[in-house]
Design a protein around this ligand. Structure first.
Ligand code: MSP
Length: 646
């Protein structure tokens, strides 16, 4: 690549609570920025908040605070979420900051001096919710065409930007620049809008009606229309009017990422404003679709707004980032449901990717003690796997340019699936048993090499988890910063593999269901049934219902240490599905901490916690004890933690 890359998100209304829609655009911007940085492209990623306008003023009044205090208090919701989501923006712009306000005023003065802005009387229909004026013919059934709410007729003197004079130029520009508005059908939508005569844009609000905005430098009785102010963030954020060198380095933007609902402001208002300022057009304005819940638009009143923090708590940051990008095909709408989230997580991450890593790591450690072997002669199966990886790299590179990241991710996952099929087909466990060392070496090497390259491809999407994966492969210090380095990276041969702990513990749906309280009536009926059966039982026997009251689960031992002053006790931390708990076990005379760490054991998961030597034990492990001999109950073969037994 090696061109500079400047990417922006919309600046979010500071009043809003961040939801999955905001998170999507910001994560998309972050993945693009991380990818370009990995190609050593000079990269700048801008996001921020839109802080002026009527809604902010009203919200502040309602709370009895001044608008800036209100903004200062609400902006942290976005800043904290971006931090949690690992967003690597180079700057966070707020439209209330001094530099931005100064630049907006400077631009307005310049446009006014050059007669691009004029004053006139205006009667229009105003929608308070959307903060927009509409003409009579814009209205739908007399209501706001955007939100359907009532509009008020307002006549007032205002300032106007001569947008109409750029109509023909804009139509021509869109038609001759196929990458300007993407996906292409959004360019057609804009051209459709431009079939009607374009009006001039009202860019002022009288202070008598709205005081919270940037004052017009040529008329103290007015403030700037919030969209006119907000769009300018894309240039004020990279030094326009304040740092010429910086501005020259970054402008024009490579890509403005937006949602489809703000298409007109970005593909009509913004280009005509830039034209009037004599600035170059951004290379691409990319409009993505909407996240829906239950196939309907998310809205506070429907109570179906998805809070990103909840999803992160449930499955981790990287899994959430992955889901957002894998699930939405940019341009189209995507539907969010917990079921689809869990299904994709379990199939792509826990099963396909997690499984490949744990198999490769175990098999290699068993065969060589960890060193990834040098491969032998190449077979057709080896070539098939290598081709799947090469395809994934090529597709990911193309998709970064076309913004179709879901397809790049899909190609990477296809390579992972090819890796799992390769292991099934080549059966390294049988090769090991039969002593076919050369072939075994090839298979272990090739699977690990594929995994390493896929991890690099997916690193911008899941930075933390893929870094962990590369550590397990011993490839973290191999100098591969991104896709570009893969071309010169020979192979993983000679690296030292470590034992993998599950990167993506499976989400057990039954466990999730069990958390939901059963209706009282159902509980009572169940209890009565158990009672009836109990009465008929011969002494010493339990019913199946009674047996299932005990929840047996697989658990993975993460750490172990001796309990001071107690010869028999080990304190363990164990992973049970997505949770970690502490357990105290009387096994110290039979297992050292080193022996037990990494084992998949069986525990009673619903035992009432108890204190043993002052340390809380949350469950009990199962072991067979025969006099002076004790052996842990373990699982025969690979099995993630948190799986129910019975
Ligand atoms: N402040 C303006 C943008 C000014 S940019 C110069 C604004 N803010 S917003 O907070 O309402 O919306 C910001 C972005 O979130 C928009 O791109 C919008 O499309 C996006 N989304 C809001 N709800 C969404 C979904 N349900 N799904 C996906 N994105 C959606 O508009």
């Amino acid at each position: 690549m090696s061109e500079k890359f400047y990417v922006t998100t919309p600046i979010y209304y500071v009043n809003d609570r961040p939801h999955i829609g905001h998170a999507y655009t910001t994560v998309l911007g972050d993945v693009l920025a991380r990818s370009h940085r990995s190609f050593s492209d000079p990269t700048f990623f801008l996001t921020g908040t839109d802080e002026h306008g009527q809604k902010v003023q009203q919200a502040a009044e309602k709370r009895g605070v001044d608008p800036l205090t209100h903004c200062n208090e609400t902006v942290v919701r976005f800043q904290e979420l971006w931090q949690r989501l690992g967003i690597t923006n180079d700057y966070f712009i707020r439209t209330t900051e001094a530099n931005h306000k100064k630049i907006v005023a400077k631009i307005m003065q310049d446009l006014y001096d050059r007669d691009e802005i004029y004053k006139a009387d205006y009667t229009g229909w105003y929608c308070v919710g959307c903060e927009r004026f509409f003409t009579e013919k814009d209205l739908v059934d007399g209501k706001c065409p955007d939100c359907g709410r009532d509009v008020n007729a307002i006549t007032e003197s205002n300032y106007f930007f001569r947008m109409s004079k750029y109509q023909d130029w804009l139509i021509d520009y869109i038609q001759t620049h196929p990458d300007f508005i993407l996906p292409a059908f959004r360019a057609n939508e804009t051209l459709g809008f431009l079939k009607k005569p374009l009006a001039d844009l009202c860019i002022s609000r009288p202070k008598s009606r709205l005081a919270w905005g940037i004052e017009l430098p040529f008329d103290k009785d007015y403030v700037c229309y919030v969209w006119f102010d907000a769009l300018i963030n894309y240039i004020s954020g990279v030094g326009y009017g304040s740092d010429d060198e910086k501005f020259k380095a970054w402008w024009p933007a490579s890509c403005h990422l937006i949602g489809k609902d703000i298409l007109t402001t970005h593909t009509v208002y913004w280009p005509t404003m830039l034209k009037a300022m004599g600035l170059e057009m951004p290379k691409t304005i990319f409009a993505h679709g909407w996240w829906l819940t239950g196939n309907s638009k998310m809205s506070k009143s429907l109570g179906n707004v998805v809070n990103p923090m909840d999803m992160i708590d449930r499955a981790g940051v990287d899994a959430f980032r992955y889901f957002l990008l894998a699930e939405m095909s940019p341009g189209n709408d995507a539907n969010f449901s917990e079921e689809s989230f869990i299904a994709r997580y379990n199939s792509d991450l826990a099963n396909d990717l997690g499984n490949l890593l744990s198999r490769v790591s175990k098999l290699t450690i068993r065969a060589t003690g960890g060193e990834i072997p040098v491969p032998g002669a190449v077979t057709a199966d080896d070539r098939e796997l290598a081709d799947a990886v090469t395809d994934a790299i090529r597709i990911m590179e193309e998709c970064l340019k076309s913004y179709k990241l879901d397809q790049g991710i899909n190609a990477a996952l296809n390579a992972v699936r090819a890796g799992n099929r390769y292991l099934e087909k080549c059966a390294p466990w049988t090769l090991a048993k039969n002593g076919e060392t050369e072939r075994l070496n090839s298979v272990l090497h090739n699977a690990a090499d594929a995994l390493c390259r896929v991890a690099v491809l997916l690193a911008p999407v899941m930075p933390e988890k893929m870094a962990e994966l590369l550590v397990v492969l011993g490839a973290d210090k191999a100098g591969i910063k991104g896709i570009a380095d893969l071309k010169d990276f020979k192979s993983v041969a000679g690296l030292t593999m470590k034992e993998a702990t599950p990167l993506f513990p499976r989400i057990i749906v039954e466990e999730e269901e069990a958390k939901k309280p059963a209706p009282q009536a159902e509980k009572k009926a169940k209890a009565e049934k158990v009672q009836e059966k109990k009465e008929e039982l011969p002494a010493g026997l339990v019913t199946i219902d009674e047996f299932f009251k005990t929840q047996l689960k697989t658990a993975k031992v993460l750490t172990a240490e001796k309990v001071e002053g107690a010869d028999k006790l080990l304190k363990l931390s164990i992973e049970v599905g997505s949770k970690t708990r502490q357990l105290v076990a009387g096994v110290a005379q039979f297992y050292t901490p080193e022996d037990i760490v990494g084992k998949t054991i069986v525990i009673v998961a619903n035992l009432k916690p108890a204190k043993i030597r002052g340390i809380e034990s949350q469950g009990m492990l199962l072991a067979a004890k025969d006099g002076g001999n004790l052996k842990l109950v373990t699982i025969d073969g690979d099995m993630p933690s948190g799986v129910s037994i019975g």
